[in-house]
Design a protein around this ligand. Structure first.
Ligand code: GRF
Length: 199
C-alpha cells in the first residue's frame, strides 16, 4: 500500500516506518514524505531516494490556501494512507475531505489524556505513574479523532521530559509500524494491546 508521511521535526518515527518498509514482506511502501518546513526528518526519505515536499504556511496567503496546497501535494503521490508522525500543524477541510478516514496521527500520550503539543510535559506535571502512546484517526479537532491503538508507558522517578519522551517514542515507533500494517492488510485487525481481550 502507498503511504505518505507528514513530519515537522527530527522524523525518528518516520525513520522507523521507513526501516520497516525495507522488509519486502511489510505491506506498505512510503511514496512521499512532506513537511511544513525544511525539517531534518526529510533527510530519511531523501537518503532513500523517496520524494519529499515542503509546504510552509508562510508561503500561502492564508490557512485555507495552505490546506489546499497540502492536499494537492499529497494527492500528487496518490497515497492510500497518510501518516502524521510529528507533524505539528492542524490540517483543514481540504486535507480532511481528501484523506479523512485514511489519515492517522501518532501522539505521545494516552488520548484523550494530554492532547496538544506538550503532552509529555503535561503528563509529567500531572504526576501520572503511567502514560503512553496513541495512534488515532485525524478529524477536525486537536488530537481528537477515533483511537486506533494505544500502548502504556511507565513514568520512572526522576524522568525529565526528554527521557520520558524518548521512552514513549520507542513505543510510538512500534505502535505506528504495527498499526500501519494492520490498516493496509485486508484483515484490518487492530494491533495487540488494543482489544478488550488483551487487557
Ligand atoms: C512524536 O512523539 C510525536 O508523537 C510528536 O512529536 C514526536 C515526533 O518525533 N507529535 P520525531 O520527529 O518523529 O522524532
Amino acid at each position: 500500500a502507498r503511504v505518505a508521511v507528514l513530519l515537522s521535526g527530527t522524523g525518528s518515527l518516520c525513520a522507523a516506518l521507513l526501516a520497516a518498509t525495507d522488509d519486502p514482506g511489510y505491506p506498505a511502501e512510503v511514496v512521499v514524505v512532506g513537511s511544513d518546513r525544511e525539517a531534518d526528518g526529510l533527510a530519511h526519505a531523501r537518503r532513500r531516494g523517496i520524494p519529499t515536499f515542503t509546504c510552509p504556511l508562510a508561503e500561502h496567503p492564508d490557512r485555507g490556501a495552505w490546506d489546499r496546497a497540502l492536499a494537492g501535494a499529497l494527492a500528487g503521490h496518490d497515497p492510500e494512507l497518510v501518516v502524521s508522525a510529528g507533524f505539528m500543524k492542524l490540517v483543514g477541510p481540504a486535507v480532511l475531505d481528501a484523506f479523512g478516514g485514511r489519515l492517522i496521527n501518532t501522539h505521545p500520550a494516552l488520548l484523550p489524556a494530554f492532547p496538544g503539543a506538550h503532552a509529555v510535559r503535561d503528563a509529567l506535571a500531572a504526576g501520572v505513574p503511567v502514560t503512553g502512546a496513541t495512534v488515532h484517526l485525524v478529524d477536525a479537532g486537536l488530537d481528537s479523532g477515533p483511537v486506533l491503538a494505544q500502548r502504556e508507558v511507565a513514568v520512572h522517578p526522576g524522568d525529565d521530559e526528554a527521557r520520558l519522551h524518548e521512552r514513549i517514542k520507542q513505543v510510538e515507533r512500534e505502535l505506528l509500524v504495527e498499526t500501519v500494517a494492520a490498516l493496509v492488510t485486508p484483515t484490518g485487525t487492530a494491533p495487540r494491546g488494543t482489544r478488550k481481550s488483551d487487557r
